[in-house]
Ligand binder design. Structure first.
Ligand SMILES: Cc1ncc(COP(=O)(O)O)c(C=O)c1O
Length: 408
């Protein structure tokens, strides 16, 4: 575990260039099979049916009102609160829900509201989603790397170390369910320990859960927000993976109390709303009308809508595991078996980094994401992230065969 209070300016350059680099490789090799991007399967984008629910929403809400500037906090908060309670075990009232332009805006608002003083630090598991660390870079917020498996103990130790340096960990960003990039699930016991550490250290957990509804093996673990009795979890949700990314609708749910303080929780909510009013004024009401229209039609649950995509992702996960066994079983590689979500970690017997991405695309016709792109140190050099969400089993088979033939 390393990467204490890293250099924000240096990281900004490297992380923002990662995204550009990947886009360029994909453009340069359009026929390569790509395991790089965690896109939802576009075969399930039912735009016509979803758009058909908008007139009903519009009739209830009022056409002129819908077309106007709107409430910064959102107009579908009641429907979202109902769906989160029904599907994600997150019980909340609409006045604790802030509707955002995707989860990405929610992360940005929360991080900047929580880490506002010099010396305020963000903790993240290493490796983690680059969208969170990228925002910390932009805002000049220092990042501390936390051990992936022993998060609670590692966070406790980091809190002590930071205090000794006159700094404070204010927020811990984490994806406990079907993590991006690793595809892992945080065990229940670790969740409980984490909540205790965060309550004791007054660290706000930013729980990001875009993939939680895509579990392949029965009901998964309850979200941290559902276990939180001490008021330390802000829950972040999105409709990008359950509907489609183009809706750009997500939310942040502020706890009822912040570490037991009801007024502090309200003040934090108001602060987030105030910040959003300057960034985006409000989340597009037309996009909210689409999400709201579908939620109304589906009676407050996405259970029916996600059935087919979840079966598709599961089939792809199984195809990927089968191909890895076939092609990499004898090569000294190891991988995990994701219980849900879009991603799997493959550990190769050799280092796989940026130059390998280009050579592998050119020589073998396959694009994979080095795990080092998500890392805060050099511990991930042999690992790659394989996204299996937007490929067919045939493409997975061809892609893994090609990857196995790549000569580093
Ligand atoms: C972990 C995680 N958080 C947030 C996002 C961004 O979500 P949104 O499209 O809702 O902004 C993604 C997108 O891939 C993600 O994987």
């Amino acid at each position: 575990m390393t990467a204490l209070a890293q250099e924000p300016v240096t990281r900004l350059a490297s992380r923002s260039s990662v995204m550009r680099f990947l886009n360029e490789v994909a453009d340069d090799y359009p026929n390569a099979i790509s395991f790089a991007s965690g896109r939802p399967a576009d075969a399930f984008f039912d735009l016509r049916s979803w758009l058909a629910t908008v007139p009903e929403f519009e009739a209830r809400f009022g056409s002129r009102r819908l077309g106007q500037y709107g409430n910064t906090a959102g107009i579908i908060n009641d429907l979202v609160a109902e769906q989160l309670g029904n599907d994600e075990q997150v019980l909340c009232t609409p006045d604790r829900v802030l509707i955002t332009a995707g989860c990405q805006e929610a992360i940005a608002l929360c991080l900047q509201a929580l880490c506002r003083n010099a010396g305020d630090v963000l903790a993240v598991r290493n490796p983690t989603y680059i969208g969170a660390t990228g925002i910390a870079d932009l805002a000049g917020i220092g990042i501390v790397a936390i051990d992936h498996d022993e998060s609670a103990a590692s966070l406790q130790a980091a809190a002590l170390r930071m205090r000794a340096q006159g700094k404070r960990i204010r927020a811990f960003y984490v994806i406990p369910q079907f993590d991006n990039p690793t595809g892992t699930v945080m065990p229940l016991a670790e969740r409980q320990k984490l909540l205790d550490v965060c309550a004791a250290e007054r660290i706000v957990i930013l729980e990001d859960n875009p993939y939680g509804l895509f579990g392949f093996e029965g009901p998964g673990q309850p979200p941290l927000a559902a276990l939180d009795e001490q008021g330390c979890v802000i829950y972040l949700a999105t409709y990008s993976k359950t509907f489609c990314p183009a809706v750009r609708v997500g939310c942040a749910v502020v706890p009822e109390t912040l570490f037991g303080d009801r007024d502090a929780a309200r003040a934090l909510y108001e602060e987030l709303v105030g910040r959003k009013s300057f960034f985006a004024v409000n989340t597009s009401q037309l996009n909210q009308a689409l999400v709201g229209g579908v939620l109304r039609e589906e009676r407050g649950t996405l259970a029916r809508l996600i059935e087919a995509p979840r079966a598709f992702y599961r089939r792809n996960r199984d195809a990927l595991l089968e191909q890895l066994q076939l092609r990499f079983g004898a090569l000294g590689a190891i991988w995990n078996r994701p219980a849900g979500g879009f991603f799997l970690t493959l550990e190769l017997p050799y280092a796989f980094e940026a130059n390998d991405v280009v050579r592998c695309a050119a020589d073998s016709g396959v694009i994979v994401m080095p795990m080092s792109f998500f890392a805060l140190d050099d511990s991930q050099r042999h690992r790659v992230r394989l996204a299996f969400s937007n490929l067919t089993p045939e493409e997975i088979a061809r892609g893994i065969e090609a990857l196995a033939q790549y000569q580093p």
